[in-house]
Design a binder for this molecule. Structure first.
Ligand SMILES: C[S@@+](CC[C@H](N)C(=O)[O-])C[C@H]1O[C@@H](n2cnc3c(N)ncnc32)[C@H](O)[C@@H]1O
Length: 297
């Protein structure tokens, strides 16, 4: 979904509504897979709503930072849990706002309950949150699944492909069930500050045409570049202004096999790929040169 306007959330909470309460199966899975450390455990609850899970985590031994973008949700959370002291309620849009208020010492647990489906760029958010995990910590995502959700409410749920995507870039991604919602336990972010990007629509403008050469093996599979960050990455390009793009594309281009950020020198990645994919010739296959598109106003 990723596009519920803020005023809808505000109205929802101002009207006294809430969401499906935390179930026994969820509590049991959290106790088993994300117990609080003996001392000093810290948790971050993202999209906390009226704060039921945040309060539960304090009872389980965590001190909690609980954030939501809806002011009305936080007002209700403060009122409904005014006896809970080990929680800091924060108004923050996890995708857009400066996370300066979050704890620099990191968290043993980050939770997103019934919230991840509403994020625009889920994998980026999860990986950014993963960077805040203390050693041994976990991000736990609790979400309805598309198979268990009526079609008209599909936007609140994730399908199997979307769930699998959330598990990429982690050392372990455990998928569990909690009497309905899926529970993902993600540990060991291993993306080394590289984010996987989920696109629901094609990139607009220059970014769509920035790749002038694609390296494939004999089977037509797109080969990747080996980046300085130690990752295999798809060749691509950053969106640039239309004028700069036209200047670059309009001039006769020599085939480029790397892009800024990729290691220079072709031999290394191709040799490595040839070893990894026995059918790869290791030779680049370049598409025919194209005339630049006419500039239109
Ligand atoms: C379906 S509610 C779930 C609330 C709570 N986690 C629960 O289980 O009852 C989703 C919550 O995520 C919050 N939310 C959505 N996008 C957010 C964002 N970008 N940053 C912070 N909170 C967000 C909404 O305001 C809403 O309170």
């Amino acid at each position: 979904m990723g596009s519920v306007p803020l005023d809808i959330w505000e109205q929802h909470y101002a009207d006294g509504q809430a969401f499906h309460p935390l179930g026994d199966a969820e509590r049991a899975l959290l106790a088993e897979h994300a117990p609080a450390p003996e001392v000093g455990g810290r948790a971050l609850e993202v999209g906390c709503g009226t704060g039921e899970l945040a309060a539960h985590l304090t009872a389980a031994g965590y001190s909690v930072d609980a954030l939501d973008l809806a002011t009305a949700a936080l007002e209700r959370a403060r009122t409904e849990h005014d006896d809970v002291t080990a929680v800091r309620w924060m108004r923050l849009d996890i995708e857009l706002d400066d996370p300066a208020e979050l704890d620099d010492d990191g968290y043993d647990l980050v939770t997103l309950r019934l919230a991840v489906a509403f994020l625009h760029d889920r994998t980026r958010v999860l990986h950014t949150l993963g960077e805040r995990l203390r050693p041994g910590g976990a991000v736990v995502v609790i979400t309805p699944t598309a198979t268990d959700t009526p079609a008209e409410r599909r936007g609140i749920a994730l399908d199997e492909g979307e769930l699998a995507l959330l598990g990429t870039g982690w050392e372990t991604a455990q998928r569990l069930e909690a009497d309905g919602p899926a529970v993902l336990v993600l540990q060991g972010p291993c993306h080394a500050r590289t984010v996987a990007v989920e696109r629901r629509c094609p990139p607009a403008g220059p970014a769509a045409t920035a790749a002038l050469a694609v390296v494939t093996d004999r089977a037509g599979r797109v080969l990747l570049g080996y980046s300085r960050r130690g990752m295999w990455e798809l060749p691509g390009g950053k969106p640039i202004g239309a004028d700069l793009f036209l200047r670059r594309v309009a001039r006769p281009a020599r085939p480029r096999l790397s892009r800024p950020g990729l290691r220079s020198g072709r031999a290394r990645p191709e040799r490595r790929l040839a070893r990894r994919h026995p059918r790869s010739s290791g030779r680049p296959v370049l598409p025919p040169r194209r005339r630049p598109a006419a500039r239109t106003r």
